[in-house]
Write a protein that binds this ligand. Structure first.
Ligand code: ASP
Ligand code: MG
Length: 467
C-alpha cells in the first residue's frame, strides 16, 4: 500500500514519542510505501505567532525570549532522539541553519517594524521546517533512508493568498508526484512539513491553522495514495466530547461529508478543507491515535456501509459565541437586506457561524464568536442602524449544539426527539438551524446549558450503543 501518515504536534513533541513514531514508520515501511507529513511540535506555531505579536509591539526582548524557547526545545529533542553520532551531527547542523535563517528573518521584520501577511507565513512555517528534521533524523537513526522536505520542497504550489492559501492542484500534482515518486522509488521515506507550500514566485504560503491535515490529503491525492492516516492523541472521532459525556463512543465509520461537519464542531479539530482533495479520488482516511496504534480508529470514506447509517452519529458543541438578532420593519420584503448585512460583516472580516431568518422576514439572527461580537455589532451599527436595521439584540456566551449524521435525512421525527430531550432538562433553545441537506441540525443554548443538552441528546439517540 501507498500510505500518507500525518502526525500532529503532540505525537512528536517528546523524545520518546518521536522515537516511537520512527520505529512504527520503519516497521510499516517493510511492507508499504510511506510518506510522512508532520505538524510543528506542540506550542511552536503558537510561539511563532507570539513572536509576530512582539514584533508588532516592538517588544524585541519578548521576541528574543520566544526564539530561544523554540531553539532550546528543538536542540534538546535532537540530542535526545538520535544515537548515531553522524546522524546527530547532521541534524544539529541542519537545525542551526534553520535557526540562523529564522533569526535573520526576525531581525528583518524588527527592522521594518511590520508584519505583512507574506512575512507572517514565512515566519510561522518554521515550526514544520524544524519538526521534519527531527522526525526524519529519527527514522535515519532507526536504520531507514529518509529525507525532510518542506511543503515547498515537496512541490506544493499555491495561490498567493497568504494565511489562507489554496493549492493549485494541477501544478502541484505534477510536481509532487515527480518529487515524492522519485524518493519512494529510491526506498527513501519522505518527511514532509505540513501547513505550508509556496506560491508561483516561491514565497512561502500557509493553509491556515491546523493546515497540516490538508497538506496530507493534498499529497495523498497527488500520489494516488491507498490510504491517509491522521495520527493524533485521540482514538478517532467520537459520538461526543468524552469530557462532557462519560460513555461517549468511538465512531468506527463515517462519511467525508459527516467528517467535515464533525471537524467544524468537534473535539478533534481537522482543517475544514481536508476532505476536498479526497472527494474525487475517494481515498479512504483513518483517524488514529499515535499512542495507541493497535486501535483501528475511525474510518472516513466516500460512502458509508449500510450498517453504520445511524440517524445521528455525533453530538458536538462549541461554547463562547455571541448571538445577534437583527430586527427592522423595513427588512420585510426588501430584496438585498441580507446582502447588505452579510457584506457589512464580511468587510469587517467577521466569520458568521450560524444564520436564520423566519418567513416573516422581520428579523435575521446570526451567531459569531464572542471574540468577534464587538466588531460585528459596531460594523452593523455604523453601516446599517437607522437604515434597514431598527434594533440589534445581543446575547453573549451562548453555545452551539450540533447533531450530525446523514441518516437524519428524510427521517421523520428527529426534531421532535431532539427538542423533546432538551426540554425535559429545562434547557431553553434560542435559535435553530438545519440545512436542507439534513446532515446537521444545530441549535443555540446558554453556555451553562451545554453539558445538559449534549448529554440529553447522547442519551436520547442511544449513542453509547452506536457500534
Ligand atoms: N502547525 C500548524 C498549527 O499549529 C499546522 C498544524 O498543526 O496542522 O496550526
Ligand atoms: Mg494540528
Amino acid at each position: 500500500m501507498k500510505l500518507v501518515i500525518k502526525y500532529g504536534g503532540t505525537s512528536i513533541s517528546e523524545a520518546g514519542r518521536i522515537r516511537a513514531v520512527a520505529q512504527h514508520v520503519s516497521s510499516l515501511s517493510r511492507h508499504h510505501q510511506i510518506i510522512i507529513v508532520c505538524s510543528a511540535t506542540s506550542e511552536t506555531t503558537d510561539d511563532l505567532i507570539g513572536i509576530s505579536e512582539s514584533i508588532k509591539k516592538e517588544n524585541k526582548s519578548k521576541a528574543g525570549h520566544l526564539v530561544s524557547k523554540i531553539t532550546d526545545r528543538h536542540r534538546k529533542l535532537a540530542k535526545e532522539i538520535v544515537k548515531k553520532p553522524d546522524v546527530r551531527k547532521k541534524l544539529l547542523a541542519r537545525l542551526d541553519e534553520d535557526f540562523a535563517e529564522l533569526a535573520a528573518l526576525i531581525d528583518g521584520m524588527i527592522l521594518l517594524g511590520e508584519v505583512t501577511p507574506r512575512s507572517m507565513d514565512y515566519l510561522i512555517s518554521f515550526g514544520e521546517r524544524l519538526s521534519i528534521s527531527l522526525v526524519s533524523a529519527a527514522i535515519n537513526d532507526s536504520g531507514k533512508k529518509s529525507v525532510p522536505l518542506t511543503g515547498k520542497d515537496a512541490g506544493i504550489v499555491t495561490d498567493s493568498n497568504f494565511g489562507q492559501s489554496k493549492p493549485l492542484m494541477d501544478t502541484t500534482r505534477l510536481k509532487v508526484s515527480k518529487i515524492v515518486g522519485a524518493l519512494l522509488s529510491g526506498k527513501t521515506i519522505p518527511v514532509v512539513g505540513g501547513f505550508a507550500g509556496a506560491d508561483q514566485h516561491g514565497h512561502v504560503t500557509t493553509f491556515g491553522r491546523g493546515g497540516s491535515d490538508y497538506s496530507a490529503t493534498i499529497i495523498g491525492s497527488c500520489i494516488k495514495a491507498d490510504e491517509i492516516w491522521l495520527m493524533s492523541d485521540v482514538d478517532g472521532l467520537m459520538t461526543a466530547d468524552p469530557k462532557i459525556v462519560k460513555n461517549a463512543k468511538l465512531l468506527r465509520e463515517v462519511s467525508y461529508v459527516e467528517a467535515v461537519e464533525m471537524a467544524l464542531f468537534g473535539a478533534k479539530q481537522i482543517h475544514p478543507r481536508t476532505f476536498e482533495p479526497l472527494l474525487t479520488k475517494k481515498i479512504p482516511m483513518k483517524i488514529k491515535n499515535s499512542f495507541n496504534t493497535e486501535n483501528e480508529g475511525t474510518l472516513v470514506t466516500a460512502s458509508v456501509s449500510q450498517s453504520s447509517k445511524n440517524t445521528v452519529k455525533c453530538v458536538s458543541s462549541v461554547k463562547n459565541n455571541g448571538l445577534i438578532d437583527i430586527q427592522g420593519g423595513s427588512m420585510v420584503g426588501t430584496p438585498g437586506t441580507a446582502g447588505s448585512i452579510f457584506a457589512t460583516l464580511a468587510k469587517a472580516g467577521i466569520n458568521v457561524m450560524m444564520i436564520s431568518q423566519n418567513p416573516s422576514e422581520s428579523s435575521i439572527t446570526i451567531v459569531v464568536k464572542n471574540a468577534d461580537l464587538d466588531r460585528a455589532v459596531s460594523a452593523l451599527e455604523i453601516e446599517l442602524l437607522g437604515k434597514i436595521i431598527k434594533k440589534l439584540d445581543i446575547t453573549t456566551n451562548v453555545a452551539i449544539i450540533a447533531l450530525i449524521g446523514s441518516g437524519m435525512r428524510g427521517t421523520v421525527g428527529v426534531a421532535s426527539r431532539v427538542f423533546g430531550a432538551v426540554e425535559k432538562h429545562g434547557v431553553n433553545v434560542s435559535m435553530i438551524t438545519q440545512g436542507s441537506s439534513e446532515l446537521n441540525l444545530a441549535f443555540v443554548v446558554k453556555n451553562s446549558d451545554t453539558g445538559a443538552a449534549v448529554r440529553a441528546l447522547h442519551d436520547a439517540f442511544d449513542l453509547d450503543k452506536i457500534n
